[in-house]
Design a protein around this ligand. Structure first.
Ligand code: NAP
Length: 457
């Protein structure tokens, strides 16, 4: 008798949910008839980086949740939150219940930056700051803002650098209309940053910003965006980059507009500096007191070389936003340099090139931490098509009955959350927002035990 193909997808962020959607809508070859998916998620809530990565003042991006919720209405897709792969469940456990396992675990931490002074007080990774302002349960509730930190540096000119700079330059009051948790609002009141200096080690045509996000930087009445003319150069490689990609030309146009604009006298300023390569974070008594950069120059190809000229910037905190990095997954190979699980179009392969049958990856753990949320769809389509091609030859699960999973998690005493549980927590957070004196759309619950209690009530 045929049955549904049973697949575990580890990670219920956009990459995992898109993969579940595509798989359950696909034709699955014999001996299976259709597919059913369990999303296994470490957080008690679904949606991964939409909840814990997208900045709170980006409600437009958070709207993607509506589409993901429609996917989750499919009864062939279940959600098991608060279950940690590696701690609560290992690959061998999953293999008992599923014919295939797809990892969509993303990239959750900051890429290392080997810079003297990186461990000083006041030197932070962007991912940690993002987790804090997005109210992730596993991080400290207080952010260590200090009363002397009026000038801060942000290293890296990608969209995370923009998010971090914007949140640092905005006032707590401006952010109160968003879904930030109470502890974040209280914390942001202690932020005294007036000047946020963003450093690009290359030129304006090499930044990784996207045009809309860059334009939006000036939408706050409390912020002036100041692009500094030093290093604002376009070499032949830059001109080629602009010709090749319309979005890169738009980015340079927006930067040029900022460059030409007189500051309005707003209380907070975001400065963007080009051709400044950070070489050292300067400290005194263990605390950040400055940043040292080497001035660079474009070499004609869009890359830069050092000039041997150095500058010191008096800043009291440094946030590095130089890219994310994925966690190593127990039982799976890992490419430390690229920070991904080695794979061929989504099929996991061992370091020696041999296949790890029935195990797949999609999203940032597959291709590295680049690209917008929408890009994970085509990525998921590729991975799922591989899985479907492989389906007839997969080693079948010993216990394919979906109820066996509930029984197993229950027998292990794991306090997992379900989709119904998430709906309860969602309603609770929306209710908190409505009841708030400022009638906010949502107020996030932060402690894990509170989330789990509400979801399981
Ligand atoms: P990213 O786009 O890769 O940008 C990283 C930046 O760090 C680059 O400017 C890079 O410069 C710089 N960098 C790397 N190593 C450095 C070093 N040693 N010293 C100085 N600078 C260094 O990464 P991201 O900002 O983390 O974003 C990740 C992805 O998420 C991107 O695709 C992004 O668009 C997306 N995202 C989107 C939004 C949104 O609102 N739409 C928000 C957040 C993130 P080089 O180019 O010179 O290496």
């Amino acid at each position: 008798m045929s049955r549904k193909l049973r697949v575990a997808i580890v990670g219920a962020g956009p990459a995992g949910v898109y993969a579940a959607d595509i798989l359950t809508k696909s034709e699955v070859p014999a001996p299976f008839e259709g597919a059913s998916v369990d999303l296994i998620e470490r957080d008690p809530t679904p949606f991964g980086l939409i909840r814990y990565g997208v900045a709170p003042d980006h409600p437009r991006i958070k709207e993607i949740v509506k589409a993901l919720k429609r996917v989750m209405a499919n009864e062939d897709i279940r959600f098991f939150g608060n279950v940690s792969f590696g701690d609560d469940l290992k690959l061998d456990d999953l293999r008992q219940f599923y014919d295939a396992v797809v990892f969509a675990t993303g990239a959750r931490r900051d890429r290392d930056l080997d810079l003297p002074g990186i461990d000083l007080d006041g030197s932070h990774g962007a991912a940690d700051f993002v987790y804090w302002y997005d109210g992730h349960p596993d991080v400290e509730r207080d952010w260590p803002f200090q009363p002397h930190q009026e000038s801060v540096a942000v290293l890296g000119v990608g969209n995370v650098g923009l998010d971090v700079s914007r949140i640092l330059a905005k006032t707590a009051e401006e952010l109160l209309v968003t879904e930030i948790p109470d502890n974040v609002y209280e914390g942001l009141k202690k932020n005294v940053a007036k000047d946020v200096h963003v450093f690009a080690r290359r030129g304006p045509a090499q930044v990784k910003f996207t045009p809309m996000e860059l334009r939006e930087l000036s939408h706050s009445p409390t912020i002036d965006v100041i692009v500094h003319p030093e290093g604002f150069e376009l070499d032949e490689g830059s001109l080629e980059a602009i010709r090749a990609a319309k979005s890169q030309k738009l980015v340079v146009d927006v930067l040029q507009n900022y460059l030409a604009k007189e500051p309005s006298g707003a209380p907070h300023r975001i400065h963007i500096h080009f051709c400044q390569n950070p070489v050292e974070i300067l400290g005194e008594d263990g605390k950040v007191v400055g940043l040292r950069t080497e001035v660079t120059e474009l070499d004609g190809t869009g890359n830069v070389r050092g000039t041997g000229e150095f500058q010191e910037w008096p800043v009291q905190a440094v946030y590095r936003a130089i890219g994310y990095y994925s966690d190593n997954l127990p039982g799976l190979p890992f490419d430390v340099t690229a920070g991904v699980v080695p794979n061929d179009g989504g099929r996991v392969i061992e370091i020696d090139g041999s296949a790890l049958p029935g195990v797949y990856v999609t999203g940032w753990i597959k291709r590295g931490p680049v690209g917008l949320i929408g890009h994970t769809k085509s990525d998921a389509a590729q991975t799922i098509s591989m899985l479907i091609d492989d389906a007839p030859g997969l080693e079948q699960a010993a216990q394919p009955d979906p109820e066996a999973v509930d029984a197993y998690l229950g027998s292990r005493g794991l306090e997992y959350t379900t989709w119904e549980g998430w709906e309860k927590l969602d309603a609770h957070e929306l209710g908190l927002g409505e009841a708030h004196e400022h009638e906010r759309e949502r107020v996030k619950v932060v402690p894990r035990e509170d989330m789990v209690r509400i979801a399981r009530s």
